[in-house]
Design a protein. Sequence first.
Length: 382
Amino acid sequence: MKLKGVKIKLKLNESQKNQIDINISLRRFVKNQLLNMQQTRYRNGGNYTSKFGMIYCLKALKIEFPFLRQAESTCLEYACADLDQSYQRFFKNQNDSPKFESRKRPHNSYKSKCINNNIQVVDNHAIKLPKLGVVKAYGLNRINGRIKSVVVHKEPAGIYTATIQVEHEPVELPKTNKQVGLDLGLADLVIQSDGFKLKNKKFERLLAKKRHVWERKLARRRLQAKKKIEVAQKSGIELEWSSFKNVEKARKMVAKINRKIANQREDYLQKYTTQLVKKFDLIVMEDLKTKNLMKNKRLSRSIADSSWAKIKTMLQYKCDWYGKELILVAPQYTSQNCSSCGKNTGKKPLHIREFTCPHCGVHHDRDINAGINILNKALAQR
């Protein structure tokens, strides 16, 4: 059995929205309390408390802070697991030490575990969630299998979504006995060794002008609101940011544009990677270190918009699901070596898209040649 995440959109009433806010805020409170405990133990020479030890401490916290009983119980346990995971990465030097979560920039989601069918689909239009009761939702027809957990997320655009983790048994796709090498680029997003080139639709730049307009409005309205708050404070009046509706409107518009960009990119890549898995039994791509490439100031924006890492992630789980094979190879010399004779033709600037091999005289498209070399590298390793 495999695990699959199905994202659905929730349609909530005000009491359900308030309960989600309570779960999120109390999850943050518990995580900060446990982080403070860990730091205090370290300063006093004590040992690190494991995930199970932190879960055991929840009993004492609920006695000390009775309001914690308002939250869904398993979301507090997952807060312990999240903190433990952060510490484990810190111990392996994979990230900095865990930091306290801020109310100004909260982690607007929480995870609940399915226990005694407390999470179940009522029909195609409603789902039962812990502490929320029956919730209207869209996309429930895609949930097939035993539900394991749910992650409820409050997006910056004011939209509530839930990712349902379900068990499912994927059916292997029929074998085609075909193989392909993939070269990742910027002018064309993906160049296949068989000559096909996937157009790089720059979704971020298509909506950049509209987003820039609303970002300027947001900055201007925040500045005006800040001045009014300062004037009111001098008069002894306390104003909240929530009282400035124009600021909230601009913030939501920026968030909606960002959400649209992400959704367009996600849909485009999902459709393409599914076609690849259906068509080829062996898929080979270069294992690029995107973090290092992002250091190039001239290309960092284009690289970020291309989402190379997302393509790799999608192919990894789809190949695992459907019985296909994905191989990652080192990208060194894939653009320099001739795919016909195998000899190195030297470095070439980015504006040279075609070249003729000086050794064997074969004319190559730079990117297709790289795709063929990537495929040949994997075949040589098998």
